[in-house]
Design a protein around this ligand. Structure first.
Ligand code: SF4
Ligand code: SF4
Length: 304
């Protein structure tokens, strides 16, 4: 094992309750081969560091413009950011008094992540939690992913990967000995629509899911539902079919869309075409009715 290996991480969230069982520390790796239209972490998609500018926080003090005039162009009423000129050095982040600038993605060594993880071991022990590696797509930094999992398992920490499933069989085999649980996305049923909405079709993803299941790995199938995109009868029916067809799944959950990604995309100058509002209770009730019609279990209906 090599604790000097480095990875590009855009966030580490401690005490997370949503990324697997118990209280977890979630490490978000940067870079993703997919480009889901509803991505809730659009700042994760590019593999390298990048600048985020939160316009609503900016008080136009001008400090960033003084140190980096090629990127930050300020006038009395506006602050335009010329992202294409940014070298992602992070100097402007450090002078901004109101945290309107942030460098997304920093390089960490394994040992730095492990130092953070070790502080949380008492919480893991008391609440049955552990490490979750999310993204982006964790497999896009396979070497770092595997190394981090190995280090965590060496200290008896429960490990979980949150994945789109878009990776090779070899990489899945590489992490299996060190992974206790997969949170595996099931986004769209039709391969064509999957490509249209995420940039890739779902052939390899479903192959990988079936492979994990056949190896009796613990898998929670997570189904993001986005109004107007995949809240279709066909997809709901397919989710219920999956639940019946794979009775030994550790779980199957609906993940209703929320619109947080829109602001985050704007901050890193990324297009975000979805205008759908966050799924509210009325929409969710309607989904539950439909899913029930197709035979969803109580557990699935209670997952959202
Ligand atoms: S991150 Fe560096 S290069 Fe980019 S805008 Fe800030 S100071 Fe300029
Ligand atoms: S330093 Fe921060 S508050 Fe000041 S102009 Fe730049 S982004 Fe706005």
């Amino acid at each position: 094992m090599d604790d000097l290996k480095t990875g590009m991480i855009f966030d580490i969230q401690r005490c997370s309750m949503y990324d697997g069982p118990g209280i977890r520390t979630t490490v978000f790796l940067k870079g993703c081969p997919l480009s889901c239209k509803w991505c809730h972490n659009p700042e994760s998609q590019r593999p390298l560091s990048e600048l985020a500018f939160y316009a609503d926080k900016c008080v136009r003090c001008g400090k960033c413009g003084e140190i980096c005039p090629d990127v930050h162009k300020l006038s009395a009423r506006t602050h335009k950011v010329h992202y294409q000129n940014c070298k992602a050095c992070g100097r402007c982040e450090s002078v901004c008094p109101v945290h309107a600038l942030k460098l997304i993605g920093k390089t960490y060594q394994i040992k730095e992540v492990m130092d953070i993880l070790r502080k949380d071991i008492p919480y893991f022990a008391s609440a049955g939690g552990g490490l979750t590696i999310s993204g982006g797509e964790p497999f896009s930094q396979y070497i770092f992913l595997k190394e981090l999992l190995q280090h965590a398992k060496a200290e008896n920490i429960h490990t979980c990967i949150e994945t789109s499933g878009f990776t090779t069989r070899e990489k899945i085999d590489g992490v299996l000995p060190y992974t206790d649980l997969f949170l595996f996305d099931y986004k769209v049923t039709s391969p064509e629509l999957h490509r249209q909405f995420t940039g890739v079709d779902n052939h390899m993803i479903l192959e990988n899911f079936r492979y994990l299941y056949s190896r009796s790995q613990a898998v929670i199938l997570r189904c993001p539902i986005i109004p107007g995109y995949n809240d279709t009868e066909d997809h709901f029916r397919a989710i219920c079919d999956m639940e019946r067809q794979y009775p030994n799944l550790t779980g199957i959950e609906i993940m209703p869309y929320h619109s947080l990604g829109r602001e985050k995309a704007a901050a890193v100058n990324k297009a975000y075409e979805i205008t759908t509002p966050t799924a509210d209770d009325t929409v969710k009730k309607q989904w539950k009715r439909q899913l029930k019609t197709f035979g969803a279990s109580d557990a699935l209906l209670k997952s959202f």
